[in-house]
Structure formats: C-alpha cells, structure tokens
Design a binder for this molecule. Structure first.
Ligand SMILES: [Ca+2]
Ligand SMILES: [Ca+2]
Length: 374
C-alpha cells in the first residue's frame, strides 16, 4: 500500500508570470494572456526587456521551457494536465497545474499549484465555437509535437462525433496553450493518419518520443487499437518531419505485461528520462501496474515490430477498480525513475513517487495526500 507523505514543503511563489512580470493566476489575468499569444510566444524565445530604471524590479518571466518532459513552464519541474468534462469531476476544458518545487531539495514534490487553470476555454480550434466542451471525452497529453522549444498539447477523441481525429495546439511555454483559433497555433491529426491495418481507430494514444531511433524533430505516437475479431495490439505511429502528420501504424507484437493479449484492458502513460522513453501500463480491473523503461521500437519492415524494454512490476492491487480520469507519467522528483500523477473522477489528484524498481518484486510507491485540483 502507498504510504502518505507526512509533510510536503513547497514554494508559495512561482506563479505563472507573463512578460510584464504580472502574475496570471486569476481568470482575469488568464484572459489577458489569451489576447496576446504572440507576445507570450515571443517572450518564450527572447530574454525579458530590462525594466525601466525607475521601476521596481519585477520577477523574471518564467516562460521558457526546459528539457524536462512535462515541464510546461521551464522551471525544471514537471507539470500536470487533466482533461475535464462529464464524468471527470472537473469542468469541461483542459486543466493545467504547475508542479511545486521543494524549497529544501529543489525538485518536484508531487504537489501542484491549485486551483488548476482551465487552459481550454477557447476550444480545440476546429469547431470555432470557443467551447471548452470541445475537449469532453478527449485524451490530452503534452510533448514537443511542433518540434520547437516548448511542450505542446495533443488532443485525441477515442469516441464521439470526432472519433479517431485529434489535433495539436501549440504550447505557450508558460503552462497554457496558444489560442488554437488563430492561424498557426493548431493543426488537425486526421483519423486516416491513425487507423490500424483493419481500419480501427486507437482506443488510446500517448507520446512515443523517438523510440524508433529516428529523430526527425517530431515525436512519434504509441497507441492501442484493435477489435474483438482481430484482437488488440499496441501500435507505433511514426511521425513525418512535420507536425500533425503520421504515416501508417506499425503493429507491435508485444504481449501485455502479464503475458496476455487483452490490450483493450490496459491504459498507458509515457514519459522520457535520460535513459529514454518509459511507459506505465495499468490494468484497472486487476490492479496491475507495470513500468517499461528504455523503450525502443524495433521495426520488422513488414508492418509489424516490437518494443524492447525492461519491465518492472510497480505495484499489485494499485487502485483496483478505481476510475482514474487522468494518468500522467513524469519524473516528478528528478531522481531518474518515472513517477505518476492521477486525477480521480472526484476531482482530486495525487502523486505516486516511485523508487526501488526491481525485476523480482514490486517497487516502493509513495503517494501524496489526495487534494482537490480545482
Ligand atoms: Ca514546470
Ligand atoms: Ca522520480
């Protein structure tokens, strides 16, 4: 069973600030940010202008992203993204919460700044109706999908009227998205880019980074697809060297972590550390939680392939039967071992800091207290 962290120390400061040094935690300030995405994007690329001589010194902008996966604002600490909407415990939209850094250790604690901010108020840029409900039922994950310096947002619809389609929204570099309704900030990933050999759309997608060893600047995707007749498989979606374009799917022959073929019963969440791509695999029904590290895709050249990886059982009976709205992987405390955040369907989140990986037993999983995200 996870143990509770007695006390988690964190900085009270570190709010999002824009290029004027203003904090943007309130909804009003958030709207200001939306009206000037170009300014935010510029601020992500260039140093802040020096303050006027008479002005009181202001905190430096925190808008440039670093090399840490899931770090949306460049402070080196991974951040948490959760999709809202019916059944999630959160209002419609995409909720962003910056990771909190320990004052003592300088690394992420697992806590995030709350209340989280709804960064999906402008919708997904496709419907044009500026509705956060565009994201209802969608999966959202981050990565450098535009091939530049910040984490971007990919959304994918596994069901509903847009089933099989998704898109990319350019990140603003501060924990928010750029306005997807403005030219150049959004592109659509069509279902024909994602279907498997039998025409099935993915049940789930996540970032595959450059696990096939081909770094063309745009991360690949990893998914699960299939049907009852043909069975379910992991699938690898290699990217073109341009955003939103993926060609074909390489069907992966790997069995599930427990040796089965019931991939439809597993959820996946990926991250990247200095040792390469890593993938958590969870079976909600059995409570099995596994981690694959050093994930590398070997292409057989015939439409099939497999992932080489080191497999660890992280936990048994982990949230067995519990509905989890968001499962996000990141090395939250920067110790080289991937960790997890969950957002439960009651609107609470918690971090699971993982250590002591072993190929002969389960790992040590230390959970933070459940707290409301919004
Ligand atoms: Ca961060
Ligand atoms: Ca860790």
């Amino acid at each position: 069973m996870p143990s509770e962290l007695a006390d988690v120390d964190y900085l009270a400061e570190g709010k999002i600030v824009n290029d004027m040094g203003e904090q943007m935690a309130s909804p009003t300030r958030r709207l200001l940010a939306w009206t000037a995405p170009a300014a935010l994007a510029l601020a992500a690329l260039v140093p802040a202008l020096p303050a006027p001589a008479a002005a009181k010194p202001k905190p430096a902008p925190v808008v440039t992203t670093g090399p840490v996966d899931k770090d949306l604002n460049g402070d080196g600490v991974p951040d948490l993204i959760a999709v809202g909407g019916p059944g999630t415990g959160l209002g419609s939209g995409v909720w962003s919460a910056l990771g909190v850094k320990s004052r003592k250790t300088g690394v992420g604690t697992g806590q995030v700044q709350t209340p989280a901010t709804n960064i999906g108020l402008h919708g997904n840029g496709v419907t044009g109706n500026n509705s956060p409900a565009d994201f209802d039922g969608a999966q959202v994950f981050t990565g450098r999908f535009a091939g530049v310096d910040r984490q971007d947002f990919v959304y994918y619809n596994p069901a509903g009227v847009s089933a099989g389609n998704g898109g990319l929204i350019i990140g603003a570099g501060d924990g928010t998205m750029t306005n997807p309704n403005l030219s150049g900030n959004q592109c659509t990933i069509g279902y024909d880019n994602l279907i498997d050999a039998n025409g099935n759309i993915p049940l789930q997608l996540t970032n595959a980074f450059q696990a096939d060893g081909v770094d063309n600047g745009i991360p690949d995707l990893l998914g699960i697809s299939g049907d009852p007749t043909n069975g379910y498989r992991l699938g690898y979606h290699p990217s073109w060297p341009a955003p939103c374009l993926y060609y074909g799917v390489t069907t992966l022959t790997n069995p599930t972590p427990t040796g089965g073929t019931d991939w439809q019963n597993w959820s996946i969440a990926s991250t990247e550390t200095s040792s390469g791509a890593a993938l958590f695999l969870r079976n909600a029904t059995t409570g099995d939680l596994y981690l694959w590290t050093g994930v590398t895709m070997v292409d057989n050249g015939d439409g099939t392939g497999s992932l080489t990886r080191t497999q660890y059982q992280v936990a048994a009976n982990w949230n067995t039967g519990v509905a989890i709205g968001t499962l996000e992987a990141a090395d939250i405390n920067a110790d080289g071992t991937p960790d997890l955040w969950t957002v439960m369907t009651d609107g609470t989140y918690r971090a699971y800091l993982i250590s002591g990986l072993s190929t002969s037993g389960t790992a040590t999983v230390t959970a933070t207290r459940a707290q409301r995200l919004v």
